[in-house]
Design a protein around this ligand. Sequence first.
Ligand SMILES: [Zn+2]
Length: 368
Amino acid sequence: MPNAILSVDGQGRIAGFETATDVDRRAGVEFYNGILVPGLVNAHTHLELSYLRGRIAPGGGFAAFAADMHAVRGGATPAGREAAARFCDARMRAEGVVAAGDVCNGATTFGLKAHSAIRYHNFIEVSGMTAVSAAEASRLAAQARAGGLAAGVTPHSAYALRDGLFRDTVAADAAGTSPLSIHFMESRAERELYDGGGPLAAWYARNGWTVDFAGYGSPAGRIAACIPPDRPVLLVHATFATGEDVDRMADHFGDRATWVLCPRSNRHIESALPPVQMLRRKGVRIALGTDSLASNADLSLVEEMKQLPDVPLDELLAWATASGAAALGMEDALGRFGAGMSPGVTLIEGIDWRTRTLTPQASSRRIV
Ligand SMILES: [Zn+2]
């Protein structure tokens, strides 16, 4: 909306907006050269991995990344890890992020998030190809909720949990209402595993881990068989998802599924980008995430948008606001400039107005 005036009260509530031709002559109006959008939503990150920035070399492919993660995890003091996470939380806030879907394997970040201005949904992640249970994750989720945080347990993916563990994790929320966040089709190896080949299958075989879920036929087949259709689900990455996978998930979940794209992480790990035009053609809901600093240089959503120059800017901005809020079940409070709502106000700067695209210098910052 060109020449718009957005009115916000002292508490950050949206009072309304109007367009005016005399914007620069009005009293009490602050002028910004850019696009004002509701606060941004980072639909997929791992704040607790912030200490891994620069620790894993890019381009090694997915199995190498997973093995590297295994090796470097735990290589910092608890205080060092918390400080790195705290820095990222503050920086996201300064960049105008108001909410995030944050994957957790431990409690390192609970304290800082309880006092953060960013609203987090905490996905307590379960994975395991050995005889582990979902009990520890359920205990962590209860601990997060006791600290005032939104939290639920979630399976890491359709390739890193035994059959029974995947089902137990989905069933851990008896009400079945908390969203699940599943790394989905992040690598070719994920589908190959179901056919008994590829680098993940080789890695599992070396460790003596049995694959007892290949009978579902594919990751999408497993998800459809094990997760009730009324459960909200975030399908993260989709780098190697096919049209058939997308149709299968849409048939099963309807509009309860959100496809969360993290293009810079995909470039870092697999030197690949998600099939964004195919997803757009299918008309599914798309949101944006940054993944963690293990596979990204920073947690900037504008930098993610720059990876997708063929997507109209208005659409990218909707993915980073309204779609992310809907994915995390926060659409009543965040993601749009509704009168009386407090969704935050973020400025996107560095627009090429002629082409309505982001310039290489584009960035975001918090206004309200
Ligand atoms: Zn992730």
